[in-house]
Design a binder for this molecule. Structure first.
Ligand code: MOS
Length: 746
């Protein structure tokens, strides 16, 4: 074991790239440039469904001599993919939308023309002068009007488990139960608004090669997209996403800025940048509207005897976008009679996308609100009801769990919050003109290991380079990879240089699903193990080596030496080993991926308990979330500082989901009315009060070799229900429709 001062993993190391970001030296996708760079701007459709009859760009051309090209469906270059059905790693089943393919308009804001000019301003202003006439169809954008047209997804989306088969006799158990509740829950579209806009800068090389700076969660997924769509050889295209200004799912799929920028660059043989506007972002990337029904039944002791959860979720006309929404209800609590059903309904909108804890954030809102309703019906404390229904295995798949420290989350979270002082009846707590409510909910998310490789290079002088095509969407990947290598090779974190976010680095999945720390972290650890093995092999070439009998498990690297863990004197200098081998550095690769054998037996989840205090001004309908305690069990915590930030961010996004965020769609036109940050509300500083993040002890080497489960999503899971439950406790008003705005409270 390392002494505490020498441990790097588990330390609150500040982000190693933080100074670059704070001083503006970390360049994002739209911040790369070169002389002569061209700029693109899209013309968004002003209808949600129909056909383009005519595009008139005469006024734009007359006013802006700086225009280099205007692309429409009538003159766009024949991009190779227009004849193919190739899909990227993250696409749902269906026919991927292809910009400028034909005269069809499939959603509000769809780009119908793309202007390329000598400056950003000229491109944008010229785009505004282009007029389009349409043949309009009547759009259907209201999910509640389409519930009867629900359908089963014809093909499963990769990585998404369909609901399990029903078990037991849920309907009968419900009819015969001591206590039941059944209710409908609604969620409106919620939109991604990361700080960084979707942007691509394509630098066109003299030999026709492309260096593509793209806002993406996966440089290699974007590279494969460009190569397949435009029939380019892999070695001609490098995609770089070294710094990403937030994403949380929005950057999983290649977006049309990538397609249009590359298309124009290849056609013009020039470098091109296309950065979307904030308005453009709203058309593309959102958590879908849902209608859910949850029915719960319990016996006299509050033990669940039936769980039924049904969801109809919005998707587009052209893709069957799916999330895991209802499955959580079959594994969160012990119950032998369960029926989970999930359908889609097609709307005239862009395909929805993964947004932080896709499916779980939505499904748990319904389940955990319903559990709260059941607690009142059964006359039980909401936390006590959940404790009575604790389950220690995955009943959906009949698998053991790699670990589940949820009881500790309940216990430690409740203690920090002061839950035992809660008065059970609604409207029982008040201070001045405000009603006070305390609510809670359980959170669950999957812990996954994805394919990841990493390369580590250790120099004789102690410098370390870590390389992988992993991404850091602001989550702290740079820092935790540096910590893992620093600890394994016993060098200061400052000696580790982390190179990630580039498609020609060792192969790594997209950054998503909370799997990057576990996957890329384990790959780095494996590479460091391989370095130790190489050094040991070198040492053992010497017959007189004190390490002659040692195995790799018995040796450690300490202070530039390879030595026996139990005997500091049995030690050889690494520089000496390298000198003997005639090398100045040693480089090794590590690789991890899902373990099929283990996955047959075990399921792995992160867990949380979220406790919320609200204060509601009854006359004004104002809700303030004054306290949140989020107690999280997510395996080993690599860095308490970046880990805490993940949970803080998740809770804040959860508060946005609870109280603020929704797109307002005029269903007569099918158009989004509030596509800007003035009218689409996200939590501001004044909305955020005390958030207490607490990690309970958990180490899980079945979840990943380094014991990590992942943190990106769990912070948002359960938050919306905890807020709704707290509002009920404060006011006695049950609101089943997100976001909970003033009009719903008054
Ligand atoms: Mo996450 S929604 O898989 O970035």
């Amino acid at each position: 074991m390392l002494t505490n001062e020498r441990r790097q993993v588990g330390r609150a190391v500040p982000r190693i790239e933080g100074p670059l970001k704070a001083t503006g030296r970390a360049a994002y996708a739209a911040e790369h440039s070169e002389p002569g760079l061209l700029h693109g701007a899209a013309v968004p459709a002003t209808i949600a469904r129909g056909r383009i009859l005519e595009i008139d760009s005469r006024a734009a051309k007359a006013a802006f001599p700086g225009i280099v090209a205007i692309y429409t469906h009538e003159n766009r270059p024949d991009a190779a993919w227009l004849d193919r059905s190739w899909q990227d790693d993250t696409a749902p089943p269906g026919h991927t939308y292809r910009p400028l393919q034909n005269d069809r308009v499939l959603f509000d804001g769809q780009p119908v023309a793309f202007v390329v000019a000598d400056s950003f301003e000229n491109a944008r202003d010229a785009a505004a002068l282009i007029t389009v006439t349409y043949d309009r169809d009547v759009p259907e954008t209201d999910l509640s009007a389409k519930l009867a047209e629900r359908y089963e997804p014809p093909k499963k989306r990769s990585g998404i488990s369909p609901p399990p088969e029903p078990r037991g006799k849920p309907e009968q158990a419900f009819d015969e139960a001591h206590v039941t509740i059944s209710a409908d829950y609604f969620i409106e579209n919620e939109h991604h608004n990361p700080m960084e806009l979707f942007a691509t800068t394509v630098l066109y090389g003299e030999d026709g090669s492309l260096t593509v700076y793209d806002k993406t969660q996966g440089s290699q997924n974007a590279q494969k997209f460009v190569c397949n769509v435009f029939s380019l050889k892999q070695d001609k295209v490098t995609v770089i996403n070294a710094y990403v200004g937030g994403a949380f799912g929005s950057g999983l799929r290649p977006r049309h800025q990538l397609f249009l920028a590359v298309m124009a660059s290849l056609d013009l043989k020039r470098s091109v940048r296309f950065e979307m506007s904030r308005r453009d972002m709203f058309y593309l990337s959102y958590r879908p509207a849902m209608h859910q029904t949850v029915s719960l039944a319990a016996d006299a002791e509050g033990r669940l005897t039936a769980v039924m959860h049904d969801t109809v979720q919005a998707t587009s006309r052209y893709e069957d976008y799916q999330e895991v929404v209802v499955n959580w209800s079959g594994l969160a609590y012990r119950c032998d009679n369960v029926k989970l059903t999930y359908g889609l309904a097609k709307l005239d909108a862009a395909t929805p996308g993964d947004m932080r804890a896709p499916g779980a954030a939505s499904g748990l809102f319904a389940l955990e609100s319903a559990m709260d309703e059941l607690s009142y019906a059964a006359g039980l404390d909401p936390l006590e009801l959940r404790r009575r229904n604790f389950v220690h295995f995955d009943q959906n798949e009949n698998k053991q769990l790699t670990s589940k420290a949820l009881r500790a989350c309940y216990r430690e979270g409740a203690a920090r919050f002061g839950w035992e002082r809660r008065k059970p009846a609604p409207r029982a707590m008040r201070e001045g003109h405000e009603l006070i409510g305390w609510g809670m909910a359980t959170g669950i998310w999957e812990a996954q290991l994805q394919s990841a490789k990493a390369r580590v290079r250790l120099s004789a002088n102690g410098q370390v380079i870590v390389q992988a095509a992993a991404s850091d969407i602001g989550t702290g990947t740079y820092t935790i990879l540096a910590q893992i290598a620093a600890e394994a090779l016993d060098v200061p974190v400052e000696e580790v240089s982390v190179q990630i976010g580039q498609s020609d680095l060792p192969e790594t999945s997209v950054e998503g699903g909370s799997w990057t720390a576990a996957s890329s972290g384990s790959a780095v650890d494996a590479a460091c193990l391989a370095i130790r093995q190489r050094l040991l092999d070198l040492a053992q070439k010497d017959k007189a080596s004190p390490l002659k009998e040692a195995t790799v498990e018995e040796v450690v690297i300490r202070g530039g030496h390879l030595r026996l863990d139990v005997d500091p004197k049995a030690s050889v200098a690494i520089s000496e080993l390298m000198a003997r081998a005639g090398e100045t550095a040693i480089e090794e690769e590590g690789e991890v991926g899902p373990d099929a054998k283990q996955m047959k037996k075990f399921a792995s989840y992160t867990h949380s308990a979220c406790f919320v205090e609200v204060r509601v001004d009854e006359e004004l309908g104002l809700v303030r979330v004054t306290r949140v305690v989020s107690a999280v069990a997510a395996g080993r915590i690599l860095n308490p500082k970046t880990a805490r930030s993940q949970i803080l961010g998740g809770v804040v996004m959860g508060l946005g989901m609870s109280l603020h965020e929704e797109s307002m769609i005029d269903h007569r036109s099918g158009r989004i009315m509030n596509h800007n940050l003035a009218e689409y509300h996200v939590p501001a500083h004044a909305d955020i009060h005390d958030i207490d993040v607490h990690f309970v002890q958990e180490f899980d080497d079945k979840a990943s070799p380094i014991g990590v489960k992942g943190l990106g999503e769990i912070g948002i899971c359960g938050v919306a229900a905890a807020v709704a439950n707290a509002i009920f406790h404060a006011t006695g008003i049950r609101i089943r429709h997100l976001p909970i705005t003033i009009d719903k409270i008054l």
